[in-house]
Design a binder for this molecule. Sequence first.
Ligand SMILES: [Zn+2]
Length: 380
Amino acid sequence: MKLDVIKLTKEFVTYPSESQTSNVEVTQHAAGVLDRLGFQIEEIPYIDATGVAKLSIVGKLGQGTGGLSLMSHNDVVPANPDDGWSRSPYSPWVAKDKLYGRGSCDMKGPLSATICAAAHFKAAQLTAPLYIVVTADEEIYGVGAKHVTAKSKLFAEASSGYGIICEPTSLRVVHAHKGSVAIRVTSKGRAAHTSSLKGLNANMKMIPFLADMKKIYEQVLSARRFRNEEFTPPHSELSIGINDHNRATNITPVQSICTLNYRPMPGIDTEDLIDRIRKSAKTHGLHFDLRHHGRPLYTPVDAPLVGTALKLAGKRKSATVAYGTDGMAFIKKMKQMVVLGPGNIAQAHTVDEWIELDQLRKGVDLYTRFIERVCVQGQP
Ligand SMILES: [Zn+2]
């Protein structure tokens, strides 16, 4: 079967699957297309933290385990038409060899490229299976990918094979990216009119904790053990946010919240860092909550997958990036992954988001050659 990548991208963009809303309809649309291509479909549904129904799927073509997985997400960041969009963000349009619309680049275009590549093959041709993974909530701590990693039977059998995270890299090969840690530390006080001296100011308990965090902040930006030269920049910041949400200056602040974010790199002892923050919170009588811990993605540059990806993409060297992907969750089971997809990450999350038609076509071509090599010829 032949599928048109521009038409399919437009179909997907038409669904406003912003992360705070349901992605069930657009995922069912993708499942319908994969079903017509002969894929077996596994659904991984869940209800998110705000009670909204979400759906991820894993499709499989062919027999056996391992093979090749092409992985995308179909949630998008919000698009407010008042932010200056030339047209409705969910009425995709083509102009001057670019396809515009929210999610065209990040990453319904790349997702469409994987499906259009798959359409060139029939199950009977394949000596190793092809999997297409579509996740929800990548933009919200990769929750969909966490569910897929923990629950999907097809993902479990795919995980011994190769994985391509098809996020836009301008078709450059990325062998590593940073992880992501999010912590929330809370101090509780007692409200009162400040003139009464009967309140307990929640911010006071936070101050010595913040002094500890400042030390860690300086250390992660300077100490060698928090450095990885493969990345630009070679350090990650401990990003510190403070908020007491106090409604008036004459009320004693009843709560104080410190948010901490860090992007761990391969080889850095993140557990120890988290532990130090946890201990400091405990020492100062604060509540500690590890909200998210996404692992860095790392496939050694001399791994066969990286070599194959470079060869097929016509590139000489692989790169690292500072942003994260669903790979932070997948890496718990799948060990050989690269990020490689059409479109430029610079266009992601922007007003009038676009992807070049040429990138879409090249993406289809590259994924087709990847499937041919790994799933038809059975070569590493
Ligand atoms: Zn993305």
